[in-house]
Design a binder for this molecule. Structure first.
Ligand code: 5GP
Length: 210
C-alpha cells in the first residue's frame, strides 16, 4: 500500500533537443533519486549503453510486453516504440526512491490518467528560442540535416502540450535550469513556497510558436 514514506514520480518531457536527458541524468545524482529505464525498439546510438540508457528490444518483444500488460505507459515516438514497465517503478517508489521519467507527452498523459497513489510532479522543458533549438538539433544530427528539420516541425506540435504539465522550465543554461527544477521538486516534497511564474511561460510559448 502506498504511504508517506513512498518516493515521488517526477516526469520530465520536452520537445526533442531541449536538453531533458542531460537534466534527468543530473537529477539522478541527487540522494534517493533513480531513473526509470525505458524499453525501446529504436537502435542504440553510439554513446548509449544497453540496460543503462535503454533496454533495447525488437518489436516482437515490445508487443509481448503490451500483451502481458507490463507497461505503465507506452507510445510511438518518431516511428519507434518506447515504454515504461510497471514493476521496477512501483518497487522503487515503495522503497522510498524518487523516480525520474524521461518520457514524451503521450506517456506523461497516460501516467497522469492512471491516478496512482504516488505523488506526481511533471516538468516540461523548453528551449530559450527556436534558433537555439535548431542549432542544438543540427549539432546533434550532423550527418542528417533532414532529421533536424523534421524535429523542428515536430517541435511546433509538441510545444502545445506545455499546458498539461505542473511546471514549465526554460533551459537557457543547464545549471540554472537544473537548479530551478531541483528547487521546485524539494518545494513540492516539503510543501514549501514555489518560485514560478506561469504568465512568463505563457509569453515565452507565444514567442516560440509565433
Ligand atoms: P530518444 O530516441 O531521443 O532517446 O527519445 C525520443 C523521445 O522518446 C524523447 O522525447 C523521450 O523522452 C521519449 N521516451 C523515452 N522513453 C520513453 C518511454 O518509456 N515512454 C514514452 N512515452 N516516451 C519515451
Amino acid at each position: 500500500m502506498p504511504s508517506d514514506q513512498d518516493g515521488v514520480m517526477i516526469i520530465l518531457s520536452s520537445p526533442s533537443g531541449a536538453g531533458k536527458t542531460t537534466l534527468v541524468k543530473m537529477l539522478s545524482e541527487l540522494d534517493n533519486f533513480e531513473i526509470s529505464i525505458s524499453h525501446t525498439t529504436r537502435q542504440p546510438r553510439h554513446n548509449e549503453a544497453p540496460n543503462k540508457d535503454y533496454f533495447f528490444v525488437d518489436e516482437k518483444e515490445f508487443n509481448r510486453f503490451i500483451k502481458n500488460e507490463e507497461f505503465l505507459e507506452y507510445a510511438k515516438v518518431f516511428s519507434n516504440f518506447y515504454g515504461t514497465t510497471r514493476t521496477p517503478v512501483i518497487n522503487k517508489l515503495n522503497n522510498g526512491k524518487n523516480v525520474l521519467f524521461d518520457i514524451d507527452w503521450q506517456g506523461a498523459d497516460q501516467i497522469k490518467n492512471k491516478n496512482l497513489d504516488y505523488k506526481l510532479i511533471s516538468f516540461f522543458i523548453l528551449p530559450p528560442s527556436k534558433e537555439i533549438l535548431f542549432e542544438r538539433l543540427s549539432n546533434r544530427d550532423m550527418k542528417d540535416k533532414l532529421i533536424a528539420e523534421e524535429r523542428m516541425k515536430q517541435f511546433e506540435r509538441d510545444v502545445l502540450h506545455w499546458i498539461n504539465y505542473d511546471y514549465v522550465v526554460i533551459n537557457d543554461s543547464i545549471e540554472s535550469c537544473y537548479s530551478k527544477i531541483k528547487n521546485l521538486i524539494y518545494a513540492e516534497i516539503n510543501n514549501g513556497s514555489k518560485d514560478y511564474d506561469v504568465n512568463y511561460i505563457r509569453k515565452h510559448v507565444e514567442i516560440l510558436t509565433s
